[in-house]
Ligand binder design. Structure first.
Ligand code: MG
Length: 249
């Protein structure tokens, strides 16, 4: 069942989303060679809690940190660690969730560490472009497949593959609500979008094959071929008109 949010719930999610955006903005400023993903996690936790929110991911199914930090071939769910030092030329995907008054904001970005290769840059731009193309489809009366198909076309037409093992999702009082939002077509149009639906769109796009595997830490998802992956996410509310993005500064 897809929950339609009240005005109060949407405005609270916007506050949570703004905290997420502030956190990502602060992390973007400190990402550079030599920084550990543990330091990123600590800063995120400080910003989220100072704003009266809780890091949504911490403790979720036992996840041990406040953010997910996934480097290069890591797709999602990387665990921050003092041992993971960023190197020049890496790309790092950072996923942040904040829960405020029981409501969740969820967003992710992939960032370059120092100077990165042309191909890393192009992958990040394509993934971000896929997210924005998908956001443009977040209109009442569209069907969910418009979002999925747009992401797939955007990625595949540029020679990339779309991760199928993980998907976007409804978000609100739970981090993961209905509907699931695959980043590829499923051969059915899916539910119709209606005002008050809140969706976390999150294309995960791979340079090589779509397949992934999970490392022995039981969390970190990596590409099967070891090639790069990028991830961008926003929380969006369907309205009577333009899509309303809740995870902006
Ligand atoms: Mg998400």
């Amino acid at each position: 069942m897809i929950v339609i949010k009240s005005k109060y719930e949407i405005e609270t999610m916007r506050q949570a989303g703004r905290i997420v955006a502030q956190t990502l903005d602060a992390l973007r400023r400190i990402v550079k060679p030599g920084v550990t993903t543990y330091e990123l996690d600590q800063l995120a936790q400080t910003i989220i809690t100072k704003n009266g929110a809780k890091p949504t991911f911490k403790g979720y199914r036992g996840f041990p940190a406040s953010i997910c930090a996934s480097i290069n071939c890591e797709v999602v769910h990387g665990i921050p660690s003092k041992k993971r030092v960023l190197n020049e030329g890496d790309i790092i995907s950072i996923d942040v969730g904040a829960t405020l008054k029981g409501l969740v904001g969820d967003a992710a970005i992939t960032l370059p560490v120092g100077r990165v290769s042309e191909r890393a840059q192009r992958l990040m731009e394509t993934t971000k472009g896929a997210l924005w193309a998908a956001i443009a489809q977040c209109r009442a009366a569209n069907y969910l497949e418009a979002i999925s198909g747009t992401i797939q076309d955007h990625a595949e037409s540029r020679g990339y593959s779309v991760v199928r093992d993980y998907v976007g999702h409804g978000v609100g009082r739970q981090m993961h609500e209905d509907p699931q939002i695959p980043n590829y077509r499923q051969g059915k149009r899916g539910p119709q979008l209606k005002p008050g639906m809140t969706l976390a769109l999150e294309p995960m796009i791979n340079e090589g094959v779509a397949e992934t595997r999970v490392l022995r830490d039981k969390w970190t998802v990596v590409t099967k071929d070891g090639k790069l992956s990028a991830h961008f996410e926003h929380t969006v509310v369907i309205t009577d008109g333009e899509p309303d993005i809740l995870t902006l500064l």
